[in-house]
Design a protein around this ligand. Structure first.
Ligand SMILES: [Zn+2]
Length: 259
């Protein structure tokens, strides 16, 4: 079962930019409105389309375990514009249903796949911030946020870009308790994905490059953190034991060099 996650934010508030730390092969990107990304990395698996059948095929064919659907509210907005001449209210139901079906389809993806729905935000008549849809007639049919367990929102404070992980009472943010370390975290989607995989035990096993055994959690460090840390230091992921061995070897080599 794949996991859908909703990320809300105003235009230019750091939604797309939050993908900046992913490698080119790590993410499969659905670029709904063909928007240029605000960083240099070009993701190797990219689809520019606002058509549900194309997106459905893409989701099922990509090899990346992390999928991002950027500016997903345009799926609804574009369909609405295409059907602007249609009379009657059925189209609202159908537009809602199309989006609902897409989110539901994530559940049939493999269990180690995360799908991030990036969307613009809107303020409703009660002053509450929520996903931007095509308006009240759709919102009466479906509550989009109700389909997600994790809803994050961008927050810009003193020129710093964050994700809000819990509601401030005036928005629809939510996440399971203990998943994220704070109410506001860095707007780093890669770090978010690592935290989510850790929490749900979705880590596809990382193999130690020295001994060939899986990297496992030690004390307060998760497997993901150890693999990330050793990859940064040594260029390869290592288990705790092998990382300690290397530290010891370094020390011995340094001591041997100074009589
Ligand atoms: Zn090892």
């Amino acid at each position: 079962m794949g996991l859908p996650i909703l990320i809300l934010g105003y235009s230019g508030s750091g939604k797309s930019a939050s993908m900046r730390n992913f490698g080119a092969d790590e993410v499969a990107l659905v670029n709904v409105n063909g928007k240029a990304l605000p960083f240099r990395t070009q993701f190797t698996q990219t689809l520019c389309s606002d058509q549900y059948p194309d997106i459905d095929r893409f989701l099922r064919s990509v090899t990346a375990k992390i999928i991002v659907i950027d500016d997903c509210q345009y799926l609804m907005a574009n369909e609405f514009m295409r059907r602007a001449q249609e009379k009657g209210f059925d189209k609202f139901t159908e537009i809602g249903q199309s989006f609902w079906t897409l989110v539901r389809s994530v559940l049939s993806l493999p269990q180690d796949v995360t799908v991030y729905f990036l969307s613009h935000i809107d303020t409703d008549e009660n002053g509450r911030q929520k996903i931007k849809t095509i308006g009240k007639l759709l919102d009466e049919k479906i509550t989009v946020e109700g389909m997600f367990t994790i809803v994050l929102k961008t927050s810009v404070q003193d020129g710093h870009y964050y994700f809000a992980t819990q509601t401030d009472g005036r928005d629809t943010c939510k996440s399971p308790m203990g998943l994220f370390p704070a109410m506001y975290i860095d707007n780093d989607l890669k770090a978010v994905d690592i935290a989510i995989r850790d929490y749900y035990g979705m880590m596809s096993q990382i193999i130690c490059a020295d001994c060939g055994r899986p990297v496992t959690a030690v004390r307060d460090k998760s497997a993901g953190e150890i693999a990330e840390g050793t990859a940064r230091t040594y260029g390869i992921p290592l288990c705790w034991t092998c990382a300690c061995k290397r530290v010891k070897q370094r020390k011995e080599a340094a001591n041997a060099g100074t009589p």
